[in-house]
Design a protein around this ligand. Structure first.
Ligand code: HEC
Ligand code: HEC
Ligand code: HEC
Ligand code: HEC
Ligand code: HEC
Length: 251
């Protein structure tokens, strides 16, 4: 190996080591950066608090860096428990950011559109007045934050909308049908936008834009739970797409 080669090898090795140490640094940085995550991950899963904490792992929020303090408040820079917990209150405390009546506005800090529509719903009115309406966590889970699908939405609505409680027992089956229609409409629009490529500012481009905007309204209206309005919007979307198809075999 010539001297020059050796220098090159050394330079490469150094480079590699530097990158490795950077990675280690970033790893450490992350741990110190959020003391909530760091400490709570060490709590045993056998305890209530430990199990709740671990349920955040793997969630879409974890993957997007939405840490504990974003919903629970507190000081994620403090390493010591008491200091970190400043402002963190159990969910049963009406002052807590995760008290059931406060959950919508806590989630609404980031999910503004869903929150806004939700405040227009009968559910929100019921939540505010009698406390009997569902809130975000009723349907999405607190930390696992799942999104309901047509095949499991009915069972959730049925918790309150059933014969025994007598509040609109027809709703679960209707919700299932509407959510299925919403999902299928999304797929249909996706397929159609792949099929048609009209030039901008033409009548056909306008039809696609209208269809997209009807679908957007329908999706937003889901959180107002006005099921008839959602189907109305989807009908408008279908009308736009039908006109498009009848006018244009290609282009
Ligand atoms: C050094 C360890 C440590 C740190 C740092 C820490 N926690 Fe905790 N936390 C605990 C332990 C232990 C418990 C359970 C015992 C208890 O109730 O105090 C707990 C309990 C909780 C609870 C349940 C409260 C209740 O009373 O039901 C929440 C919520 C919580 N922590 C959130 C946070 C948040 C948010 C942060 C960061 C801002 C944080 N924790 C930082 C150790 C920690
Ligand atoms: C997206 C918001 C969100 C994030 C992020 C989040 N939580 Fe929660 N957490 C909640 C909500 C809302 C509740 C109340 C659940 C309920 O009412 O069923 C809760 C409940 C809890 C509880 C049960 C005690 C109580 O007060 O009800 C613990 C413990 C807890 N969270 C710890 C954590 C820890 C630790 C993290 C981070 C690793 C975390 N949470 C991340 C929203 C969140
Ligand atoms: C600090 C901001 C923040 C807060 C607070 C927050 N979220 Fe999120 N949430 C996000 C981000 C970022 C994503 C991932 C990107 C996206 O899909 O919007 C996400 C994703 C989601 C998803 C999945 C969306 C999908 O398309 O799969 C749901 C459901 C959700 N959040 C519900 C909640 C609920 C319920 C709360 C309150 C308990 C909450 N979020 C609080 C930022 C936040
Ligand atoms: C009664 C049940 C229910 C309640 C209450 C509820 N959601 Fe949803 N949410 C759903 C369902 C079902 C979907 C899936 C809709 C779809 O597939 O288009 C959804 C979808 C979402 C999504 C994914 C993006 C989207 O709009 O499709 C986010 C984010 C979200 N909800 C946040 C929230 C927040 C924040 C609250 C409280 C202010 C809330 N949800 C209240 C049932 C609910
Ligand atoms: C935690 C209980 C609870 C759950 C879960 C729940 N609801 Fe409701 N819902 C209510 C209450 C309470 C009312 C108001 C009943 C009244 O007006 O007396 C209501 C009213 C409604 C209405 C208004 C009906 C009207 O014409 O005024 C619709 C639509 C609705 N819910 C849809 C749903 C759907 C869809 C789901 C499931 C995704 C769901 N709800 C889950 C409690 C719930």
């Amino acid at each position: 190996m010539s001297k020059r080669d050796r220098t090159l090898v050394c330079a490469l090795l150094l480079c590699g080591l530097f990158i490795l140490s950077l990675a280690a640094y970033a790893d450490k940085g992350e741990q110190i950066e959020n003391s909530c995550v760091h400490c709570h991950f060490q709590l045993p899963g056998s305890s209530f608090v430990g199990a709740e904490s671990h349920s955040w792992t793997g969630s879409i929020h974890q993957r997007n860096g939405v840490t504990c303090d974003k919903c629970h408040s507190g000081n994620p820079q403090a390493a010591e428990e008491k200091e970190a917990h400043q402002g963190v209150l159990p969910s049963g405390n009406p002052q807590s950011t995760v008290y059931f009546k406060s959950i919508p506005s806590t989630c609404g800090k980031c999910h503004g559109a869903q929150f806004y529509k939700f405040t227009q719903s009968v559910h929100y009115q019921m939540l505010e007045s009698t406390g009997k309406g569902p809130e975000c966590v009723t349907c999405h889970g607190s930390m696992v934050t799942s999104v309901l699908r047509p095949d499991n939405v009915a069972a959730l609505c049925e918790r309150c909308h059933n014969e025994r409680m007598g509040i609109f027992p027809y709703i679960p089956q209707k919700a299932k049908a509407v959510l299925l229609l919403l999902r299928e409409s999304k797929a249909l629009l996706d397929a159609d936008t792949k099929l048609y490529h009209p030039a901008e500012e033409t009548a056909k481009a306008r039809l696609i834009r209208n269809a997209r905007s009807s679908l957007y309204s329908a999706t937003l209206d889901w959180h107002k739970f006005d099921l008839d309005r959602i189907t109305g919007n989807l009908e408008e979307m279908y009308n736009s797409l039908e006109t498009l198809a009848s006018e244009a075999p290609n282009q």
